[in-house]
Ligand binder design. Structure first.
Ligand code: SF4
Length: 478
């Protein structure tokens, strides 16, 4: 998402195509329901779950308030431990730094741990332009890469593909004549292919789930062990992380290591938790670089309401409960961050002048399910409404005369006048009551004409009652 990001289609335009794909809907519905049921069970086991969420929120909120101090502390700690720190203002700078480092090693291949931050900056493409292949080693990312596809979920990037589709892909791309669609067999085929790559890799590239300011320790949690291979086998390790991934103290892991696995994979603990601090002679990578990426994050930080978006620990629980995501899948968001978190993060990182990004805060029913499951209590519905307000303000400011005469704008103006004064409100009720006679049937309005039909196309409207409470009250006193 560089400053010169291309304009993307709106969510509404893209979602239409995906809504027609019943196979995709079945794949996604099945996967999200399975994960969310499992998550509920492991969360219910924790009597202090709410206290943990509070703690996660508190640590993250505190860190964001003092982000400048913690980042400088992190830089110092990494350097003290023998690592090197690079600061990248945007995607372009980050890619330049990383491709420069890889080219310096005179290799044409690097192994990669699944990292959404590298997707955000388009690292694989930038490396490919320099003749370097970035090889995804996470099973789902490998599937997406071999298919020439895009990830559609933060945690399960190939959630839109079923086993039969994956078998066909592996048969073709990994030269397997015979292959069943059993998960074990598919995983084994990928394992054999990747093992050779790991053993020859000179450079590993990773993202980071967390980086500890006080010790300079970087952490990656994962389920397959490929991340551990990438962070230990190559001579050079390059980590790229958004600046919001810093946490103040080692002790903070106590909170996040309980919140993250339960919220993401519905496990009590991640099978592989890798922590590394700088370099150690004779053990693991001998050169370690960390690239600290801004790419719009300081802009998000400056917005008091939007800032909480940076607290996200990318667990993806909000995706798995979102009724909109469940029906459209991740690609409709046209962003590496899909689902509810994408609907608030992408427009803030990309800017509201991008039409596609500005459509995302509307990709929600505001049901609040995302807020209920978020392990760090990000109030996604509040941020969505806040962003919608900003978009409307922006349109009013820049839309010229036309925007001032938009029916929605005029309607809202009239409503705000009516709500501001009780007499006006009652008069408006009376007018609406006589106006609704043509449309109301047994207290329900199912079809409104013209512009107003946008409301009743998707839901019924309750008719204004024959007598309001106030009217009844006054009558009672007479
Ligand atoms: S917003 Fe909350 S629930 Fe969604 S991915 Fe981030 S931490 Fe998880």
């Amino acid at each position: 998402m560089s400053k010169k990001a291309e304009h993307t289609p709106t969510f509404e335009e893209s979602a239409k195509a995906y809504l027609d794909n019943t196979q995709l809907r079945r794949n996604i519905g099945h996967a999200t329901h399975t994960i969310r049921d499992k998550r509920e069970n492991v969360v219910d086991e924790m009597p202090d779950w709410e206290a943990l969420r509070e703690a996660g929120d508190a640590i993250k909120t505190h860190t964001m308030r003092h982000l400048d101090e913690y980042l400088l502390q992190l830089e110092e700690s990494v350097q003290e431990a023998g690592g090197q720190v690079h600061w990248a203002r945007d995607a372009e700078e980050a890619n330049q730094i990383i491709t420069g480092l890889v080219k310096g090693k005179k290799v044409n291949e690097a192994v990669k741990v699944k990292s959404i931050t590298t997707d955000e900056i388009g690292l694989n493409k930038a490396l490919a332009e320099e003749g370097i292949q970035a090889l995804e080693t996470d099973l789902a990312e490998l599937i997406v890469q071999l298919a020439g596809d895009e990830p559609s979920h933060i945690l399960v990037p190939a959630i839109h593909k079923n086993r039969a589709e994956i078998r066909e892909l592996f048969k073709e791309k990994l030269n397997k004549d015979e292959l069943s669609d059993r998960p074990e067999d598919l995983a084994e085929a990928a394992r054999l292919y990747l093992r050779k790559k790991f053993l020859n890799a000179k450079v590993g590239i990773s993202g980071a789930n967390f980086a500890v300011a006080e010790t300079g320790t970087v952490a990656v949690v994962e389920s397959e062990g490929n991340g551990r291979m990438c962070t230990t086998l190559p001579d050079t390790l390059i980590t790229v992380m958004g600046i919001e991934k810093v946490i103040p103290r080692w002790r903070d892991f106590e909170v996040f290591m309980q919140l993250l696995p339960r919220s993401s994979t519905a496990e009590r603990m991640n099978p592989y938790n890798s922590f590394w601090t700088g370099v150690t002679e004779g053990d693991g990578p001998q050169e370690f670089h960390v690239v600290l990426l801004d790419n719009g994050r300081t802009k998000v930080l400056a917005d008091e309401m939007g800032r909480q978006t940076l607290n996200c620990i990318r667990c993806s629980a909000c995706l798995n409960v979102c009724p909109v995501y469940e029906r459209t899948g991740g690609h409709a968001y046209n962003s590496v961050y899909p689902g509810p978190i994408g609907a608030i993060l992408t427009p803030q990182l990309k800017g509201l002048d991008d039409e596609g990004a500005a459509s995302l805060p509307y990709a929600s029913t505001l049901c609040g399910a995302c807020y209920e499951v978020c392990p760090v209590k990000i109030n996604i519905p509040d941020v969505l409404v806040h962003l919608r307000g900003k978009i409307v303000d922006e349109q009013k400011r820049n839309g010229g005369l036309k925007s001032k005469f938009e029916p929605e704008h005029i309607g809202m103006k009239l409503l705000s006048r009516a709500f501001a004064n009780s007499k006006r409100y009652e008069r408006a009720q009376k007018v609406a009551r006589s106006g609704q006679k043509l449309f109301a049937d047994e207290g329900v309005i199912s079809k409104l004409p013209g512009y107003l039909s946008k409301w009743t196309n998707t839901r019924d409207l309750k008719a204004i009652p024959d007598q309001t409470f106030r009217e009844w009250w006054r009558q009672r006193d007479e």
